[in-house]
Design a protein around this ligand. Structure first.
Ligand code: PLP
Length: 235
């Protein structure tokens, strides 16, 4: 416990990162999968710069951000200093931010509607940058949540193929109180059916379960970096 007047201890990001990687590896092996088939995305939204630098110093290169503006504020400078950084957008994307998102991200996991697919195609042509795309699926069919419901998925996949987008897979954010397992299993089934390789599911509380059920990408924030310091600004 921190004494009164003292700052609480900073999380040991390198140790937490190593522990997270070890848990992923164990979960993959237990499921008869190659640990190399799982990509750990360190979710750095709303985290102080020092923690992100600690993760970079410990060798982490794949990061997830929720907000285009927040990511644009810090990653260009970090990329100048660290080679091989791969950035994933895991938060909702407004069509009018497609330009900035294509400029910055290597993968966009929140494609969820035809208009955004068309806007991304325009920006990819304009900029000559071609991020990998994942379609966000609302596997819990929650009315307030973004993502296509499973019934609408085939049409959006077809559009992506017509537009020749680099569609790699599917992503889901299950309802908070649900077990991640059936949601991951459903994503895996849908991905296979449509010939897609990437399945993004699992967060700090449940990434080992997601790995056991076939996730190829897990998005882990607080387990690596500690509690977020503030609510990130939108955008
Ligand atoms: C914030 C966030 C995460 C990481 O959440 P933690 O519980 O901190 O691991 C993963 N995925 C998405 C889409 C998020 O918004």
């Amino acid at each position: 416990m921190a004494k009164e007047g003292e700052q609480p201890t900073e999380p040991d990001v390198a140790a937490r990162l190593a522990a997270t990687r070890a848990e992923i590896e164990a979960a993959a092996r237990a499921a008869g999968r190659e640990p190399g088939g799982v990509t750990l995305i360190a979710v750095s939204k709303a985290q102080p710069a020092a923690r992100i630098e600690a993760a970079l110093a410990a060798g982490q290169r794949v990061f997830g951000e929720n907000y285009v503006q927040e990511a644009a504020g810090r990653w260009p400078a970090l990329r100048d200093r660290y080679d091989g950084v791969e950035l994933h957008l895991i938060g909702g994307l407004q069509s009018n931010k497609a330009r900035d998102a294509v400029a910055l991200f290597d993968a966009i996991q929140s494609l969820d509607r035809p208009r955004l697919a068309r806007e991304l195609r325009r920006e990819i042509d304009r900029q000559g940058r071609n991020p990998r795309l994942l379609i966000q699926v609302n596997t819990g069919e929650e009315p307030q949540k973004s993502g296509v419901v499973p019934d609408e998925l085939p049409a959006l996949i077809e559009l992506c193929r017509e537009l020749e987008l680099k569609l790699e897979g599917l992503m889901a954010i299950p309802p908070e109180t649900d077990d991640v397992a059936p949601h991951t299993a459903l994503l895996v089934k849908l991905a296979r059916r449509h010939g897609l390789s990437a399945v993004s599911a699992g967060m700090s509380a449940d990434f080992t379960t997601a790995v056991r059920f076939g996730a190829t990408h897990v998005r882990v924030g607080s387990a690596i970096f500690g509690a977020r310091k503030r609510v990130a600004a939108s955008g």
